[in-house]
Design a protein around this ligand. Structure first.
Ligand SMILES: [Zn+2]
Length: 461
């Protein structure tokens, strides 16, 4: 059996936007915006893919709360999605290799699918493929339209015999779980899924701009851990939030600040594996560092491991996704100072331990420390580094300066956002100077380091 380790999901997208008018030629991205499927189309999809209708709740043509209609929406996105052709794809985007011809997703899917049913007998899988018969599980049902289409495209590739191997990096590193592909060029299920997302973003004609944004975030969030030989290359950058919190600024390669649309929600900036979110201890909303959609719809983060918020009880003090060497960790601290890591092979939070102090703040960087980590700060200023491998705490020989709102590392520089909104370059305890690149940015309300991958271009807008 081929299983797809796309495990932790939650309901994806909230729309706050009444002005999200869709161009008539654009397909919707939210299930409840899809028109009823015609009886003829439904019959055709059921026949083409061998759909077990009763297992999806019965033949419902209009109400997308019924899972049969969700599956119909998936097939219609696959059948009706259009892509431009030409050089732009293969020459300019690292994900687009023409593994699947862009105009043949529907016929290819049909040829690789013997049957589709709904079940939930493999607890850690979103969906799985057994000899061309797909079982869509609870994880699939909870996904967005984009996530569900990505899942069925992924599963279809397994029919031709492409399988996964253990991961040498990422959240599954060190476990004997077949979750990764060796390389992108292997053209396995992960690559086929990423190629779809990239085409939607770069070449898509009639996809909703928010669907395209979701495709970029999904491609970056997943491709940076599911290939043992990386397909995308990372550069460190910075995101800053304007004083009025209306705009996020991203620093480009040539030291230019470009503005990115920002969810109008409360919370703090956090680094994620695709970029950054605004996190309020209950939900995390994505900021796309690459391209604006033109829509103010807020997009909940189901792309980095902040999606674990969907599996997490209320009462958090902090949650952090961070890398230590090649391994990625997700650690939470509850409001009563219990700390726990997510146990990825078991698909659940691991044992929690009571910390021997009250955590006043956390940071992933500390002045004078050369590397990022997960640091816990007491109200006295004592700083301890948490070691996720062992659960140990190492007390540092330094005190936290509470006039620092954020501390980040940018390549070899330590940058400090002071409580008054100034960004300083930290040289030593006694030498902190205004950061030259912040000169034309002015005061900011928040600051975070972000990864920028070469999977997509940072559009100047
Ligand atoms: Zn798979």
């Amino acid at each position: 059996m081929n299983t797809k380790l796309k495990i932790f999901s939650t309901v994806v997208v909230l729309s706050l936007s009444a002005k999200a008018q869709q161009v008539s030629t654009t397909m919707p991205y939210q299930d409840d915006k899809f028109a009823c499927v015609t009886s003829q189309d439904a019959d055709r999809y059921v026949n083409d893919f061998g759909v077990n209708v009763p297992s999806f709740g019965g033949r419902e043509l209009c109400d997308s709360k019924v899972e049969f209609k969700k599956l119909m929406n998936d097939f219609s996105l696959i059948e009706k999605g259009q892509f431009t052709t030409g050089q732009i794809g293969t020459s300019q985007n690292v994900f687009i290799k023409d593994f699947i011809p862009a105009h043949q997703y529907y016929s290819w899917m049909k040829s690789q699918t013997r049957g589709v049913e709904r079940g939930n007998d493999v607890p850690y899988a979103t969906a799985y493929n057994s000899g061309g018969y797909f079982t869509m599980q609870d994880g699939w049902a909870k996904l967005s339209t984009l996530g569900r289409v990505g899942t069925v495209v992924h599963e279809a590739r397994h029919t031709a015999g492409y399988t996964h191997i253990p991961c040498t990096q990422g959240t599954y590193q060190g476990y004997n779980l077949n979750g990764c592909d060796s390389t992108y060029n292997y053209g396995g299920s992960h690559a086929i899924e990423m190629e779809y997302y990239a085409r939607v973003s770069v070449l898509g004609i009639n996809f909703h701009p928010v669907y395209k944004k979701m495709a970029r975030l999904m491609a970056i969030g997943r491709s940076n851990i599911f290939f043992n030989k990386p397909v995308i290359q990372k550069k460190e950058s910075v995101m800053a939030l304007s004083m009025d919190r209306q705009t996020a600024f991203v620093l480009t390669d040539n030291n230019q600040w470009v503005s990115k649309e920002t969810p109008k929600v409360a919370g703090h900036l956090k680094r994620t594996s695709f970029g950054a979110v605004i996190f309020d201890l209950q939900k995390a909303f994505a900021i796309d560092p690459y391209q604006n959609s033109g829509f103010s719809d807020v997009v909940e983060d189901v792309y980095s491991y902040f999606k674990l918020l969907g599996e997490t009880q209320a009462g958090l003090k902090d949650l952090e996704e961070y890398d230590q060497g090649v391994k990625r960790y997700v650690t939470k601290i509850s409001s009563d100072d219990q700390i726990a890591n997510f146990d990825f092979p078991n698909g659940a939070w691991g044992n929690s331990y009571k910390l021997p102090f009250v955590v006043a703040a956390t940071t992933t960087a500390v002045p004078s420390q050369p590397a990022i980590g997960y640091f816990l700060i007491q109200s006295t200023g004592v700083v301890s580094q948490y070691q996720p491998q062992t659960g140990r705490l190492n007390t540092l020989n330094t005190k936290w300066d509470f006039s620092n709102q954020k501390v980040i590392l940018l390549n070899n520089e330590t940058l400090v956002l002071k409580n008054n909104g100034e960004i300083k370059k930290w040289n030593s305890e006694t030498s902190q100077v205004p950061w030259a690149l912040a000169a034309n940015l002015g005061l900011v309300s928040d600051l975070v380091s972000i990864p920028l991958y070469d999977g997509f271009k940072v559009v100047v807008e």
